[in-house]
Design a protein around this ligand. Structure first.
Ligand SMILES: Nc1ncnc2c1ncn2[C@@H]1O[C@H](COP(=O)(O)OP(=O)(O)OP(=O)(O)O)[C@@H](O)[C@H]1O
Ligand SMILES: [Mg+2]
Length: 274
């Protein structure tokens, strides 16, 4: 049951502008502890900006954000982030990237133990043999998996993921979705609160309990749709079921509306509008 005490994340009347143009306007959003929320919306509507705000990398122009009961004023180890552009240190190995993050997040834990944890998480994302490589020696999709392993290894209660599987081929993507589903569904009391940005409607429906569609100019919550598909969920038992297809149709309609609005706004701005 949702109450202010068990909100892992709460945004109250949050607006944000990088410069003059407002990117996000009056966002009110509460995410329950241990929930899995997907955010979708047209390119440029402010999804990454929303995650950056929750991560504390940027601060709202107005309004307030709370994470795990505290006002967000800076990044914190209670919120692990997988960025759209991986953000690994390019000059150290994949293992080194994980160990560095683990040493910072678990002071007092020996380097040897950090290496063991890092190995476990690299194996979980299918990169058991790649720990000794630097990010430049890996494909984009592999780098992204290292970034996912690093975020998972931190064991933060909140996991913010910005299109984490966007760069992967279809099969690897499906496997990584299964991996994340499996970790999230089987972690019991250690379950994380996940906010997951994606462009992929099917991915949102397979993974999340709730899908938020952002509208454009300025970015706002257009709709907030619950996903009452049964758990434990797998790709196999979700995709193609009638409730899945109905939700998919609804989300596609909402996205279509958001994209049409974006195009109409762009046309009226250049004076070429209908
Ligand atoms: N650092 C920045 N400085 C100025 N404007 C920015 C900056 N980052 C993003 N923007 C602008 O803010 C708006 C929202 O960008 P954002 O990256 O949040 O979109 P998005 O929904 O994540 O898009 P995509 O799906 O393409 O990743 C865009 O108009 C973008 O041009
Ligand atoms: Mg983005």
């Amino acid at each position: 049951m949702s109450s202010p005490e068990n909100h892992a994340i709460r945004l109250e009347h949050v607006s944000f502008a990088y410069s003059v143009e407002t990117v996000l306007s009056e966002i009110d959003l509460a995410v329950d502890e241990n929930d899995f929320v997907a955010v979708i919306g047209p390119s440029g509507c402010g999804k990454s900006t929303l995650l950056r705000l929750v991560s504390g990398l940027i601060l709202p122009s107005s309004g307030e954000i709370f994470a795990n009961g505290k006002k967000v004023e800076a990044p914190g180890l209670d919120r692990a982030v997988v960025f759209q552009d991986y953000s690994l240190f390019p000059w150290i190995t994949c293992m080194g990237n994980l160990v560095l993050a683990l040493e910072q997040s678990r002071p007092g834990v020996s380097k040897k133990h950090c290496r063991e944890i890092a190995e476990e998480y690299l194996a979980m994302v299918g990169l058991a043999g790649s720990g000794g490589k630097i990010p430049g020696e890996l494909s984009g999709g592999m780098r992204q998996r290292v970034a996912i392993a690093r975020a998972l290894a931190l064991n933060s209660p909140v996991l913010l993921m910005d299109e984490p599987f966007g760069a992967l081929d279809a099969i690897t993507r499906a496997r990584q979705q299964d991996m994340l589903l499996n970790i999230w569904q089987t972690s019991g009391g250690r379950r994380k609160t996940v906010v997951f940005v994606t462009h992929d409607v099917d991915e949102a429906l397979i993974l999340a309990n709730r899908v938020i569609v952002l509208g454009v100019r300025p970015g706002h919550i257009a709709v907030d749709i619950p996903v009452p598909l049964p758990r434990p969920r797998s790709r196999g038992n979700s995709i193609g079921s009638r409730p899945f297809l109905l939700l998919r149709e609804q989300l596609m309609r909402e996205l279509d509306l958001a994209v049409s609005t974006q195009l109409n706004l762009a046309e009226s701005k250049d004076g070429s509008g209908i």
